[in-house]
Unconditional design. Structure first.
Lengths: 443, 249
């Protein structure tokens, strides 16, 4: 039996686990979807170093590890004290708590807006809002890999958020994702479907933290639909445990006149992959994808973004910055496609990385594919050390080298951090940068 | 206060300073003038310890200590200040944080107690007024989004905040309109007293209408080839550098 189990490859293992999940599923339409996804999964392969989009990220150790599905071990107890410890609390927000991918209403705090927006699980929404779920669930996601089908075939309940047309949210929504298991190696498929209605405005903080214990593998899929003239800000703050894996794919579909700002702050995790794909499917859309990755030890952080300019008069701005210390490794893969129809596109992309150690590395690959002739597109990538002339300026005021370094790190990160519109969150982020680099913050 | 003897220095292996001799005493203002590329900025950077410049001979004694032996931050803590020709922007770090850190590091080195927040704030407000900057300066990031003139004013503001014993001002006047030049000069004159000294590095005689030097030195090809009193500036204004440098080529 054991020998038999050893022979199973990752696809087989995750397919077998999906079967168990589906067997326990009461929801007809979800079972149907998960069954189909399981079938797709079983016919696929996970990416390897030979897969162009994954060529800098070695998944071998992740895929060789045997994780149990977190829901099959019903032994994780999270109290409201734990939640208190993990959540951002220096600003007002509507709190939604997820433990191992499962929405925990009893730990959440959203009474105030319960009647104004729709917060439920995907399984519930499949019954109550069948039309909208069937229109978007697994339909927004593009270029599905084995990770997509792994997620789709075995997520539990999922999370569904709908901001109704014309609704302007006063406070941000904090989605606190607590993942892991004290005594077992687990994997958790986390799935979100987010619908921002016409003319709506909202901000979401996706906050990922780990439970002290064994290493875990969090595989996340978020599908986001932003309807006409809506504004959606997503601030993702990834603070997973340092020995754990975080594979996240966010697929976004934007409609006419909408604005989407995505901020991607990566601190934790041994192996991190963020895929963000946005489809600008109509005119006059704005899309900002900004990111900051802070690496130490042997962390591997891979950010892969894709912006599809399908229609004219859209603007995309992308700025990814990284600070890599020790033996950490970063990857940036930024693709922008400007389709033949997409005249008068403005697309700007930049990736800047600072290497604080001789052993840190970055592979950066900007890709622009332009099929329209009247467009403004720029891209650039820089890799370097802290600026010596700026260093001298600070030293010449009597400030010691280590503090000068911290100031230059702040200065480097600022162009990403300053875009965060929630000021107390900016302070938290500045603290996290220095905590993660084991450095003293500037005052 | 500072004694420079036969100072030589290289950048990228090329010898730029070829034996500088200069003594500056407390209470004095010295102007160092000279055509482009004569080594003026190199001298300022070597004295303050920029690591792209390599001292290759001679010695510099500052308040009895071997200056070239000190790290740049320690030179500042000993009382040396450089007003930069091109001040650096530090987004995300406020002027208040920057200067409070600097003042306290300098105080710590000199076994003095830290500045109290109130004392610091009062001082900021007082000195900001001298250079005509409003109080919002305190929370703004260092030089970030400043115009060229504002950056130079901010250098003088830092000079007044840190109150060093020797200020070396590297082309602080270049690129300033007449109003800004007046403000910058007023700041330097406010700073100036019998216990400290100023070295002005400049292209233009114009600055010396506002800050009157005790001595003027002409630097050419890495050497001081002529020294004199303030009247030398007028002569340079009239005749240029040609009459001095001719014999040197």
């Amino acid at each position: 039996m054991n020998a038999e189990a050893k022979k199973m490859d990752a696809i087989e293992r995750y397919t077998v686990n999906a079967e168990k999940i589906i067997a326990g599923n009461q929801n007809q339409s979800l079972s149907q979807l998960q069954n189909d996804s399981k079938a797709s999964l079983s016919s696929m392969k996970f990416p390897t170093l030979k897969t162009e989009e994954w060529k800098y990220t070695n998944l071998k150790s992740l895929l060789n590890s045997e994780f149990s599905h977190s829901s099959q071990l019903n032994d994780v107890k999270i109290t409201s004290d734990d939640v208190d410890k993990f959540k951002f609390k220096n600003f007002e927000n509507y709190l939604l708590v997820f433990v191992n991918g499962v929405f925990k209403k009893e730990l959440s705090d959203f009474e105030e807006i319960k009647k104004e927006i729709i917060i439920s699980t995907i399984s519930e929404a499949m019954v109550e809002r069948e039309d909208i779920v069937s229109e978007y669930l697994s339909k927004i996601a593009v270029d599905k890999t084995a990770f997509d089908y792994l997620n789709l075939s075995s997520f539990i309940d999922g999370f569904f958020l709908q901001i109704p047309d014309n609704k302007i949210l006063e406070k941000p929504i904090q989605m606190l994702n607590i993942t892991g298991n004290k005594g077992h190696m687990t994997y958790t498929p986390t799935r979100n479907l987010i619908i921002a209605g016409k003319n709506s405005e909202a901000s979401i903080i996706q906050n990922y933290v780990g439970i002290e214990g064994e290493q875990y593998f969090n595989t996340i899929s978020s599908e986001v639909f932003i309807d006409q003239n809506a504004l959606l800000n997503i601030y993702k703050v990834e603070l997973e445990n340092e020995d754990s894996c975080h594979i996240d794919k966010t697929d976004v579909l934007q409609r006419r006149d909408s604005k989407f700002n995505h901020f991607n702050f990566t601190f934790g995790g041994k192996l991190v992959r963020n895929d963000i794909n946005t489809e600008l499917s109509d005119e006059n859309i704005e899309c900002t994808l900004n990111g900051l990755y802070i690496g130490n030890d042997n962390q591997h952080i891979d950010n892969s973004t894709f912006i599809n300019h399908a229609k004219p008069h859209c603007l995309s701005n992308e700025l990814y910055k990284g600070i890599l210390d020790d033996h950490s490794r970063g990857v940036f893969n930024g693709k922008i496609l400007v389709e033949r129809d997409a005249q008068l596109t403005n697309a700007y992309q930049n990736n800047n990385t600072i290497l604080l150690s001789d052993d840190a590395t970055i592979d950066t690959k900007p890709q622009l594919e332009i099929f329209a002739d009247d467009v403004k597109c720029t891209h650039g990538a820089t890799v370097g050390q802290l600026d010596e002339s700026a260093m001298f300026y600070i030293l010449s005021r009597g400030i010691p080298r280590e503090k000068a370094k911290s100031m230059l790190i702040t200065a480097f990160a600022e162009s990403v951090v300053e875009g965060v519109k929630i000021e107390p969150l900016r302070d938290e982020l500045n603290n996290l940068i220095f905590e993660h680099l084991n450095r003293d913050k500037v005052l | 206060m500072i004694e420079i003897k036969n100072l030589k220095a290289k950048i990228d292996g090329k010898e730029i300073l070829q034996g500088i001799n200069l003594q500056v005493n407390a209470g004095e203002v010295h102007a160092i003038m000279g055509p482009n590329g004569s080594g003026k900025s190199t001298l300022a950077n070597v004295l303050t310890g920029h690591n792209s410049y390599e001292p290759s001979g001679g010695e510099v004694t500052f308040k009895g200590k071997d200056l070239l032996d000190l790290a740049p931050e320690d030179r500042a803590r000993e009382g040396l200040f450089l007003g930069f020709q091109y001040p650096v922007e530090i987004p995300g770090v406020s002027n208040a944080t920057f200067l409070q850190t600097a003042i306290n590091e300098i105080r710590k080195y000199n076994d003095e107690t830290e500045i109290t927040p109130k004392e610091f704030l009062d001082r900021m407000k007082e000195k900001a007024k001298v250079v005509g900057m409003d109080n919002s300066l305190i929370s703004r990031s260092v030089n970030t989004g400043f115009s060229g003139g504002e950056k130079k004013k901010n250098e003088i503001f830092q000079l007044l905040m840190l109150n060093p014993t020797l200020a070396i001002l590297d082309e602080t006047d270049s690129g300033l309109d007449i109003d800004a030049l007046r403000i910058v000069s007023d700041g330097v004159n406010e700073f100036k007293n019998e216990n400290n000294a100023v070295i002005l590095v400049t292209h233009y005689q114009r600055l010396l209408d506002y800050i009157v030097p005790d001595f003027i030195h002409v630097l050419y090809e890495g050497k001081i080839i002529k020294s004199g009193g303030k009247e030398l500036a007028l002569e340079l204004e009239e005749k240029g550098y040609g009459w001095i440098t001719k014999g040197e080529n």
